[in-house]
Design a protein around this ligand. Structure first.
Ligand SMILES: [Ca+2]
Ligand SMILES: [Ca+2]
Length: 400
């Protein structure tokens, strides 16, 4: 992820596979399409002027009432600081950079605190390591005598799976309102999903997984009741909750409705936003957004779940960074809207929706930076991670 190019993988292979199927982005059934590049209504300001991070990729809080924020640095470091605008230092909470392989889209990519963190001290991370290249989903524990430190030796690995290529590793981990851990997994990489992993439920690539971290039937986790392929012998891996995804880099739960939103990074033409449902097939590599991809025309769309929204790469927006349905109180006009951005263009938009239908999409601000992630604090206030300059930004309404 050192460069935009590697982030969204517009590899030459991908370009060679670029398909000529006619655009169907103007699908009237899914509401407004394409980015609104009208006037920005908010400015992005430095949320913590004295803090700066090295390639930040995730931000969250611990559900312990401490009002601290945790930022992931891609090389394998978690930093913690008090959620105050004048915070002056962010100390190392955990350093596993010796385990993590980073660079491009690899690294320490996601963190989620256990809902009972206050009592058990557990948190979960998603990272890549090499020899062989694989994704690791692991649990760590805070030092019981020091809430600002976690012991690298406390690692318990839940799950690993091979990464055939360096890119498209997904990377998010989030607890749902059901108490289960959801994991976003990319298609394995290269371009065009050459191994057709996202449609193959016999491997874990190109999916959202759901794990019961309080069970041990699979070693250090279990399969939740209600996982769509639980107990089967032919239909694929029981960990899979949804599939047909290309690179669901960031995802989030709506803290009010419990809906799971993800931004699925597109190949050469279309970025998309999906609301994830149990058993859903989100279409990749059969489709990119609402277009046929492989095959490039007359693809079989039966049973595929359409995105709630797509935007074209034609205007310089090249790689979606999924955000949050805003449930804070500081930004009145954004309440209840899905706020997301583009890693390459630095634009942030607000998607208005009713149920699962998009009704409006407006430009919020142009950060003119590389947006690697959004995060929220304990009050659901929103932050934007500027990957390039390492700053954590927040939104403020434009002055009259
Ligand atoms: Ca990969
Ligand atoms: Ca899709």
């Amino acid at each position: 992820m050192k460069t935009a190019i590697s982030m969204y993988n517009k590899a030459f292979l991908g370009l060679m596979l670029l398909i000529g199927c006619s655009s169907s982005e103007q699908d009237p059934g899914t509401g407004p399409q394409g980015p609104d590049n009208g006037a920005a209504t908010y400015t992005a300001t430095d949320a913590f002027p004295r803090l700066k991070f090295r390639s930040p990729v995730d931000l969250t809080y611990a559900p312990d009432g401490s009002n601290r924020l945790f930022v992931l640095e891609q090389e394998g470091i978690i930093r913690v600081f008090e959620n105050k605008a004048d915070a002056s230092s962010a100390q190392v909470f955990l350093d596993i950079s010796n385990k993590v392989t980073d660079g491009g889209e690899r690294g320490l990519l996601g963190i989620a605190f256990h809902p009972d963190y206050r009592t058990n001290g557990y948190f979960f991370v998603n990272y890549t390591r090499s020899s062989p290249l694989e994704t690791v989903i692991a649990r760590y524990k805070v030092d019981p005598s020091n809430p600002t430190t976690a012991d690298p030796a406390s690692e318990t690995i839940l799950l690993t799976f091979p990464q055939p290529y360096s890119n498209h590793n997904g990377g998010a981990v989030k607890f749902g309102p059901d108490g289960y851990l959801y994991v976003s997994v990319g298609d394995g990489g290269s371009g065009g999903d050459p191994q057709n992993n996202a449609q193959n439920r016999n491997n874990l690539l190109g999916t959202i997984l759901r794990l019961d971290v309080n069970a041990t039937t699979k070693g250090n986790y279990g399969i939740p009741d209600g996982n769509p392929f639980k107990g089967n012998t032919q239909q694929g891996r029981e960990e899979i909750y949804a599939y047909g995804l290309r690179n669901p880099w960031r995802m989030s739960f709506d803290s009010q409705t419990g809906a799971l939103w993800t931004g699925d990074v597109g190949q050469n033409s279309i970025e998309e936003i999906d609301i994830i449902k149990a058993g859903g097939n989100y279409g990749w590599r059969i489709k990119e957004g609402n277009d046929c991809f492989n095959p490039s025309s007359n693809c079989n769309e039966q049973g595929l779940v359409a995105p709630i929204f797509t935007y074209s790469q034609r205007n310089g927006d090249k790689s979606i960074t999924g955000g949050y349905v805003y449930r804070g109180s500081n930004l009145a006009d954004l309440k209840g809207k899905y706020i997301y951005g583009d890693f390459v263009s630095g634009k942030v938009w607000a998607l208005e929706f009713t149920g699962e239908k998009a009704s409006d999409n407006r430009l919020v601000t142009n950060l003119a930076g590389t947006i690697s992630a959004f995060g929220v604090d304990a009050n659901n206030e929103l932050y934007i991670l500027n990957y390039g300059d390492g700053k954590i930004m927040k939104l403020a309404a434009e002055k009259e």
